[in-house]
Each structure stands twice: as C-alpha cells, then as structure tokens.
Design a protein around this ligand. Structure first.
Ligand SMILES: [Ca+2]
Ligand SMILES: [Ca+2]
Ligand SMILES: [Ca+2]
Ligand SMILES: [Ca+2]
Length: 364
C-alpha cells in the first residue's frame, strides 16, 4: 500500500484539473455541489459534465449533470477519498486472460484443489480475477484461498482469501488483490484455488470455477489435484476436453532503482547514500560492510531520491552498497572505500598478487 498516497495524489490532481477545465469552459453557476470550496460557484450554465466519483461501487462513473456516464477500467473504489469516495488506480493493466466459459464450472473443496497455468508478459503481478459460480444452494460459509505458485507443488509466492458469501450466482468475477510480486515474463506460473474444509458439497450444490474447453488459452492449462495439492493432473475428460479456467491477471512493468551515489564523510564517520527509482517507487539501501556480496544491513524504505547517512561505527575497508525498490528489484552494486581502511583490504585491492604472496606468510 506504499504507493497509495502518491497515486491518490496524482488522481486528485487529475480530477481537480478536469473540474477546473470544465469550469473554465462554462459560465453559469455550480450549485449542485458545495463540498469543493475552491471551485467557482457560478459555473452551472453550459457545464458539459460533472462526475463526483461518490457512488463507491459499480463499474460506471455517473455524470451528475448530463448523461456522459463513463465506464471504469483498471480502478477500484476506496472510501478514503479527499471528499467521500474515490477511485484508486493501481497503475496495472490486464496481462493474461481467458474469459470464455462453456456454461459449466468445476468444484473444489477439501482435498480437491484446482489450478490454472498462465505465462505473464509483465514483470510484476498485482492482482487476479477469477470467474466463479454458485451452483444450487450452499448454506455454509467459509473462506476460499487462492495463491500464486511457480510450480504446482511448490510453496505459495503469495496468497489471498475471500469469503464464499461473495459468490451469489452465475459467472461472477471475484478479485484477489494480493501483495504485488515480481515474476519472470515468459515463465509459467499457476493460480491455485482451494477450500481448507469439506463444506458437504454434492454434484448439484457447490461453488465452482468456470471454464472453457478445447484449449482456448495457450500460456497454461487447467489442473486438478485429489490429494491437497501433492500430485496434479491436467483437467480433461471426454465431455470436457482440454479445459482452461476463466481468469484475468493484472500486472505492470517495473524498473530497478538506479545505482546509488555514495560518499564517505570522514569527519562524521558516516556513509552518505542516495538513489532514485525510475518508477518513483519507495526504495531502501542495503549495505554490505565486508563487501562479500551479502547485505549486512538494510535501511528503512524511503521515497526515491532520499539521501541517508549511515554511521560506520569505525568499520573499515571496502563497502558494497545496493538500492532495492518495493518490488524487490535491485540496482547494480556500488563500492566505496572508507578513508581509514584496514591495511589488509588496501593491499588486497591495490596489489592482488602481492596480497596472495603475503597471505602465504601472514594471516590477514
Ligand atoms: Ca496488489
Ligand atoms: Ca490451455
Ligand atoms: Ca521500480
Ligand atoms: Ca556482507
């Protein structure tokens, strides 16, 4: 949620700019809304449209003045708007999808797990949507878990749950907005769905995942497990050959932060570090005090471009520094020497052959 503030601010700037443009196009008076104090009160006449984004649900942004309703794409509602509700833009887009369904859905509960393979083209996976149906009547309420895995039998990379009460009928898209994870474009991943209980389903009363037959999606297939995800088989049968479940994955393209700029303040025995991220993500700095390419100390996350001073506490020698963004993408390594370096490190760095020779006689 670290990006919320930045994105919400951008969104409100866009909204306010839009309202101001609309206001300047019109010359009447705006008396339909008095919450925004800095909007002129005399812009009603000739106003083309007015959207307050206050309804808080649905896929339509209603125009309060005319009929210029808008379809909402790639945003979710939040009640944390500047005034009332607002739209939150995650900055993501649909990456992979299979949206055709044949009118049937596949149950999953207890030891029966199901999964769909997919191959992302973007390097951060932000959320998914799955099309599910409630078949017959189910009266027990329980959580349904959905996770992302690299292999079907490997640990979850991220997991999210919804209560089944959200599924009220046929062909309903359910969103799972888990913590964003880095993924490798072109590699296959799996969406795994399960219910960790036995709700007493039968063949005409269950929750199911909608699917299409004859392999409509080429980046992965539908799978099922009958033993809590230990072993898996492709989901196919004579009546329903080569299935793919209905799903959408959302993602974005992320770039790693730039290599940090570093200096050593000898008077204060302090390492001074600053780096920026091309996406303006939050970043943190990792310090490798003994330069063995293993980070020994991380800073807290800070805004891109924030300079930080790290006390060296008398440590000496070559120090490795890296910056990392909130998605775990890392910059190249930067090395710096503290000015009061240890003799051993100095000799090793400047005269590697001499260092090897001396090492035969002395233990550094
Ligand atoms: Ca997310
Ligand atoms: Ca397929
Ligand atoms: Ca980034
Ligand atoms: Ca280290």
């Amino acid at each position: 949620m670290k990006k919320n503030y930045k994105e919400m601010v951008s969104f409100f700037i866009i909204c306010n700019l839009f309202l101001i443009i609309m206001s300047s196009l019109a010359l009447g008076s705006l008396d339909c809304y008095d919450g925004i104090k800095n909007i002129q009160s005399d812009i009603n006449e000739g106003l083309v449209g007015y959207w307050d984004f206050n309804q808080g649900e649905g896929l339509i942004a209603h125009d309060q003045i005319n009929n210029n309703d808008g379809e909402i794409l790639g945003a979710t509602w939040t009640n944390e708007g500047k005034i009332g509700n607002a739209l939150y833009f995650d900055g993501d887009v649909v990456d992979q999808e299979q949206t055709e369904e044949c009118g049937y859905s596949r149950y999953f509960h207890d030891k029966n797990w199901v999964a769909q393979g997919f191959t992302p083209s973007l390097n951060v996976l932000t959320r998914i949507e799955l099309m599910w149906s409630k078949v017959g009547s189910v009266i027990r309420y329980f959580d349904i878990f959905v996770s992302i895995r690299k292999e079907l039998d490997s640990p979850d990379l991220t997991v999210c749950s919804v209560n089944c009460i959200q599924i009220q009928g046929d062909d309903q898209w359910i969103e799972f907005n888990f913590s964003d994870i880095p993924v490798t474009p072109g590699d296959m991943y799996f969406i795994v769905a399960r219910i960790d209980c036995n709700p007493g389903f039968d063949s005409s009363n269950f929750y199911g995942w909608d699917f299409q037959i004859n392999n409509p999606y080429l980046g992965g297939d539908a799978w099922h497990s009958k033993d809590y995800g230990k072993t898996w088989e492709i989901l196919t049968s004579e009546d329903f050959p080569h299935r793919d479940f209905c799903f959408k994955t959302y993602g974005l393209t992320n770039q790693p932060p730039n290599e940090p700029l570093c200096s050593f303040n000898k008077d204060e025995d302090t390492l001074v570090i600053v780096a920026t991220d091309p996406d303006e993500d939050m970043i943190r700095y990792g310090i490798d005090w003994d330069n063995n390419k293993t980070i020994d100390q991380w800073t807290e996350y800070v805004t891109s471009g924030t300079e930080m001073g790290i006390k060296c506490n008398g440590r000496k020698g070559t120090i490795g520094i890296i910056s990392e963004d909130e998605y775990g993408f890392q910059s190249d390594w930067k090395t710096i020497n503290s000015k009061s370096k240890q003799q051993g490190y100095y000799v090793e760095e400047k005269y590697p052959l001499l260092f090897k020779f001396l090492s035969l006689f002395f233990k550094y």
